[in-house]
Design a protein around this ligand. Structure first.
Ligand code: SF4
Ligand code: SF3
Length: 543
């Protein structure tokens, strides 16, 4: 195996024995083969589209399969192998689609990934084949490899958002078309570094589209988030804990558990769900449990009910909660029960058989500061900036993770002066979202914008402020302090670069897949800098 797609890549280089995330070498190799197969589909589907032909089943499959390979989604070899077998079928379907539209076979050079290779039935043969198609190709220049990886990881990241949107019955042909083109271009040895830089920025644009599509799907169905207090304590009754990003999943579970004496708790990236009118109306959506994803191993044992993941980030479960744990959607873990489809009876039965909680009210935190809520008080915010009551905005957000260096984000939020406002999003907020930051003239100093995909909302807020002050986003008193872990953060970073946003501080470490030359390009053109210490960075930003 060799995998370097996330922030915890071993030794800052890559995991080559077993994943720091727990991914086994066999799973990693099979995921590589899946990506190889997807590039093959991309090659044919892109050619077919050039001839005006497309196939929605192929489009959707590629998005779902890409999401399968995102960090902390699928740890199950059998599940990944099943997706590869399907991919080989879709590759032939895409080839046939092209040939029909073309009125004959392709006469150009067919890259290996798109050729007529079979997926063996035997696992040992599958793995032997997989090892031929690892992440690193010794024949490819290191910088090209680096930027190709950046694009691939960005595409994987937005595939997760596009998948949630599909589940909410929203699709975008532009996203599908780009995905095939991008996968196909990853096979094209005639392209140079600047071609790929352009493709990387385009990946950022497509991620913005995916986040917008998802935001629209969420707000059309559940309304715009409104500021909402969320209980961190517990309520007497049976309990189900929902982890992940999929709001439609939560809605269906809320419907199926209504009147059953079961309370639903959110975990991790599900926290912002409490702010949506269409979800908060369910009285049995009672609170938020635990910290960010990396704390699940020690926290889940204290949850006396069923626990279900609908997206990343799942970790190897401890034995003391494994029998209460379920997965859904693209998430799979060996020996953990998987729910296929929309019938949650098994999860409900499990919850009813568990002890449940006693009443133990706790602190409340506020969520629900999407762009609609923040821009609803835009006059107040603008006035506060003009009067000098608000001196600066920080967007402190992104993924959380287990590394000790992530204390930086806690310290940064704590040390940010009292006349500054902190916007936050994604699971990195758990570093500081239970602290009291107070308010500035009634505007809370900590504004939880939502999930990682709500980076869309943060962008809308930034653009509206720039508009109000008649300046560019880079001229606003706004700094972005980002933490990354998995590939959705890569997609979001590419979106910010696509929008021309400069001076981003990124941590806790820089991606292992970025070569010094690619890094230089980012520094020279976007002035991206690694985080240093909270004090130094605050001093440098605020002068
Ligand atoms: Fe290593 Fe991250 Fe890949 Fe897991 S996803 S194997 S931790 S680089
Ligand atoms: Fe977190 Fe996994 Fe990235 Fe949606 S849940 S941000 S790490």
């Amino acid at each position: 195996m060799f995998c370097y797609q996330c922030e915890t890549a071993a030794k800052g280089i890559g995991c080559d024995k077993v994943g720091v995330c727990g991914k086994q070498p066999t799973t990693s190799d099979l995921q590589d083969l899946l990506v190889h197969a997807l590039k093959g589909i991309g090659f044919w589907a892109d050619l077919a589209r050039e001839k005006g032909a497309s196939d929605n089943a192929i489009d959707r499959f590629v998005i779902e399969a890409l999401f399968t390979t995102v960090t902390n989604v699928d740890f199950d070899d059998d599940s990944v192998a099943k997706v590869i077998a399907e991919a080989v079928g879709y590759r032939e379907q895409a080839r046939a689609l092209f040939e029909k539209a073309n009125g004959g076979a392709y006469t150009g050079q067919i890259p290996e990934a798109a050729q007529n290779w079979e997926f063996p039935a035997d696992r040992a043969a599958q793995l032997a084949l997989a090892q031929l198609h690892g992440v690193k190709d010794p024949n490819v220049d290191a910088d090209i490899q680096s930027i190709r990886s950046t694009i691939l990881f960005g595409v994987k990241g937005y595939a997760a958002y596009a998948d949630h949107a599909i589940i909410l019955e929203r699709e975008s042909d532009e996203i599908y078309a780009f995905t095939h083109k991008a996968l196909s271009k990853l096979l094209d040895d005639s392209l140079g570094l600047m071609d790929y830089v352009e493709l990387a920025l385009e990946t950022g644009r497509i991620n913005l589209l995916a986040m917008e599509l998802l935001n629209k799907a969420h707000t059309d169905r559940y309304g715009h988030p409104v500021p909402t207090p969320v209980q961190l304590g517990t309520k007497a009754g049976k309990a189900i804990l929902v982890s992940g990003h999929d709001l439609r999943f939560l809605e269906e579970l809320l419907k199926q558990t209504e009147g059953k004496g079961i309370n639903i708790y959110t975990h991790g990236e599900m926290l912002p769900a409490h702010g949506y009118p269409g979800l908060k109306k369910y009285a049995h959506l009672v609170g938020n449990f635990g910290g960010a994803w990396q704390d699940q191993y020690k926290e889940f044992q204290d949850f006396p009910g069923a626990i279900i993941f609908n997206t990343n980030c799942i970790q190897r479960p401890a034995d003391n909660y494994k029998d209460r744990l379920f997965t859904w959607g693209r998430v799979q873990y060996p020996d953990v029960r998987h729910i296929d489809g929309w019938d949650f009876s098994e999860v409900i039965e499990c919850a009813l058989a568990c002890d449940g909680f006693e009443d133990n009210p706790g602190k409340e935190i506020l969520v629900g500061f999407g762009h609609n809520a923040v821009l609803g008080v835009a006059d107040k915010v603008i006035e506060a900036v003009k009067s000098g009551a608000i001196k600066h905005f920080f967007l402190v957000g992104g993924c959380d993770g287990a590394k000790s260096g992530r204390n930086y984000y806690t310290e940064f939020a704590e040390k940010a002066p009292k006349d500054t406002v902190i916007l936050t999003l994604a699971c990195g907020k758990y570093r500081f979202n239970k602290m009291d930051f107070g308010d500035i003239g009634g505007i809370p100093r900590l504004l939880d914008v939502g999930q990682c995909n709500d980076a869309y909302s943060a962008v809308q807020i930034a653009l509206a402020l720039a508009d109000a002050f008649d300046c560019g986003v880079n001229d606003l008193p706004l700094s972005m302090i980002l933490s990354w872990y998995e590939q959705k953060a890569v997609a979001i970073l590419l979106t910010l670069l696509h929008l021309g946003i400069k001076n981003i501080k990124l941590g806790p470490s820089l991606p292992a897949f970025i070569t010094p030359n690619v890094l230089n390009f980012l520094v020279e053109n976007y002035n991206i800098a690694p985080i240093s210490t909270a004090e130094e960075d605050l001093k440098q930003i605020l002068g």
